[in-house]
Design a protein around this ligand. Structure first.
Ligand code: GTP
Ligand code: SPV
Ligand code: MN
Length: 583
């Protein structure tokens, strides 16, 4: 199938290192899928789910210590430490290759090495990137089959071109003490050892499409961002595209496929992507975004027919469920699914479970892998190689206090500053404490493959090249009242904020200028059919200068680590914010 000399040589070299019993080149066919599935079923690597209720769906459980990205074991290996920046763990490339090379040595004895050629983007597109992942996990192959365009289509697209990302993965022993996720941007190479969890092992996703791609994008003049892309069709029939960066488990998948609330008839929502956007400047001076992925790797807990029916429909067939609760009927269940829990089941650890045994049935970061093409509201433009033009970029996170429901930045430079000063409460998508506010610029802190100060500069530079830039906004669906309750209903009702954003982009409505940006003037958010008190709305839109002055201190502390690399524009933005806050 593959006559690419560089690919064949590299696979031979890696096979000589890992010493698998056999090497299998994946073609991506239906027959092959059947064979691989049968084999994974026979070893228990995956389980078959109820084929009446969930046709074509499989179940998988990862090791108990391997259920989320491990940021402390993730490294950027550049020749110079400063190129990785204070935002990344760093290892010298030679040290990394020899240290983890020793782990790869012989690690596939008794196993098969699968060779997966895959495309991020669509075949033939000038903007796609091609990778080859070597892995000893059928679960990884089956997931890559959903998340990317892979096999023969990728081999044909690559042809004899030797410019591909070399992605090396082994489960190893699944020992957290022997786990490394290494990126070598200068060599276009990724090495992942000792994990079987999504973001650590589906190397086309965070590793290639964000860490390596952000590095390539800076060199090549484009941007790789942790953003959903959604089209909003107004009752007048115009479609406006919005990209939004929220940290992991902060609502991207949900916003990308929301269902308009009853009070907003005539609106339609079209999903283009739910996690990653590659963004370029078009000939018209606007930003154009593509989703390089072919599937969704979505958070299961909290997903229900009430909160996100489109995700439930998407994942009903041909999907893989990881670390959810398994019911006696071989169905799946998770917390927040909004159906009665089964009387008993097997939890994400593989232990017997009952609703009252005090344990979670599903891990909070349990996931479904589902083909994007199955999404009932997938955009007709989702595979357009040119992408979709962006009217607005949103930043947002989980902030119980401070950040208003929505506000608009003054201009691109200020908007970049707003994105760079984002903060959010941590979630179960990465190991470590949950619920701690940390700064997460552009939701890219765990995913920026180089010095983030240079990344900020890249954003500013891109803005200077735009003759028709999108407007930049900040949103927060997670503000809480005094009793700890969410003040905003969220989910489908988030369209009310998007609607305000679109009307601002079109210059149709006035807004109130505050120290942090423009907030909705009273009465300008469509609350038709929404049961919300005046007091809650007021609280949602409040800007408290004292609290923002405190926030400014947090920003300054965070920026200090970048020293002189921090763009001077950000120093000016900090001063201007301070002045606007009256100090
Ligand atoms: P990653 O796949 O990790 O990048 O996550 P994501 O940003 O796509 O987050 P996702 O949409 O999967 O949502 C994560 C969790 O937040 C789920 O439990 C959702 O139910 C919950 N959530 C999403 N949107 C809202 C919202 O508007 N309000 C509230 N309260 N919760 C939300
Ligand atoms: C995230 O954590 O942002 C995800 C899931 O989208 S993972 O692929 O594990 O990174
Ligand atoms: Mn994500």
């Amino acid at each position: 199938m593959v006559r690419n000399i560089g690919a064949v040589k590299w696979v031979e070299e890696m096979a000589a290192l890992c010493k698998p019993d056999s090497v299998v080149w994946i073609d991506g066919s239906e027959d092959e899928k059947k064979r691989l599935t049968a084999q994974a079923l026979s070893t228990g690597e995956v389980l078959e789910l109820n084929q009446e209720k969930l046709p074509g769906c499989l179940y998988h459980r990862t090791a108990e210590n391997d259920v989320a990205r491990t940021e402390h074991l993730t490294f950027i290996c550049t020749s110079k430490k400063e190129d990785a920046g204070p935002n990344n763990n760093w290892m010298a490339p030679q040290d990394a290759y020899s240290k983890v090379g020793a782990l790869f040595d012989g690690c596939m004895k008794g196993r098969t090495m699968y060779v997966v050629l895959f495309i991020m983007g669509t075949a033939g597109s000038p903007f796609r990137k091609i990778g080859i992942e070597l892995t000893d996990s059928i679960y990884v192959v089956l997931n890559m089959r959903i998340m990317t365009r892979m096999g023969k289509i990728a081999a044909d697209d690559l042809g004899e071109n030797e410019d591909f990302t070399r992605c090396m993965h082994s489960k190893g022993e699944l020992d957290i003490e022997r786990r490394y996720i290494l990126h070598f941007p200068e060599d276009n190479t990724i090495w992942s050892y000792g994990s079987g969890y999504g973001g650590n092992v589906l190397l086309g996703k965070k590793c290639l499409s964000l860490r390596i791609a952000s590095y390539l994008g800076r060199n090549e003049g484009w941007m790789a961002e942790h953003m959903l892309i959604v089209g909003i069709e107004t009752p007048e029939g115009e479609t406006h595209y919005i990209a939004a960066a929220f940290p992991s488990a902060c609502g991207k998948t949900n916003l990308a496929m929301l269902i308009p609330p009853e009070g907003m008839p005539g609106y339609k929502v079209w999903t283009v992507g739910d996690d990653i956007a590659w963004i370029r400047i078009g000939p018209d001076g606007r930003l154009w975004a593509v989703n390089p992925e072919a599937g969704f790797f979505g958070v299961a807990p909290g997903t229900s027919y009430k909160t996100n029916p489109n995700a439930m429909e998407t994942a009903k067939t041909n999907s893989i469920y990881t670390n959810v609760l398994l019911t006696p009927e071989k169905n799946v269940w998770w917390e927040g699914m909004d159906v009665e829990p089964p009387a008993e089941g097997i939890d994400w650890r593989g232990n017997p479970w009952t609703p009252d045994n005090g344990e979670k049935g599903a891990h909070p970061n349990a996931r479904f892998t589902a083909p994007a093409s199955q999404c009932p509201v997938i955009s007709p433009e989702w595979e357009n190689p040119a992408g979709v033009p962006l009217s607005a970029i949103l930043f947002g996170g989980r902030r119980a206090k401070l950040a208003p429901l929505v506000y608009e930045s003054f201009n691109w430079q200020h908007g970049t500053f707003v994105g760079a000063t984002m903060a959010s409460e941590t979630t179960a998508a990465a190991t470590g404490a949950v619920g701690v506010v940390r700064r997460d610029p552009m939701a890219m802190l765990p995913f920026c493959g180089y010095n983030m100060a240079k990344y900020f500069a890249h954003w500013l530079k891109m803005g200077k090249k735009l003759t028709n830039p999108p407007k930049i906004f900040n949103v927060n669906w997670f503000k809480r009242g005094d009793a700890g309750e969410f003040l905003w209903p969220g989910y489908g009702d988030n369209l009310r904020a998007l609607d305000w954003i679109i009307r601002r982009c079109k210059g149709e409505i006035e807004a109130t200028e505050t120290a942090i940006g423009y907030v909705p003037t009273k009465g300008s958010i469509n609350t038709n059919g929404l049961d919300i008190s005046e007091a809650a709305l007021e609280k949602l839109l409040e800007v408290d200068p004292t609290a923002w002055l405190e926030e400014l201190e947090g920003m300054q502390t965070f920026f200090a680590q970048f020293g002189d690399d921090l763009p001077e524009e950000f120093v000016k933005e900090q001063q201007a914010l301070k002045a606007r806050l009256g100090k």
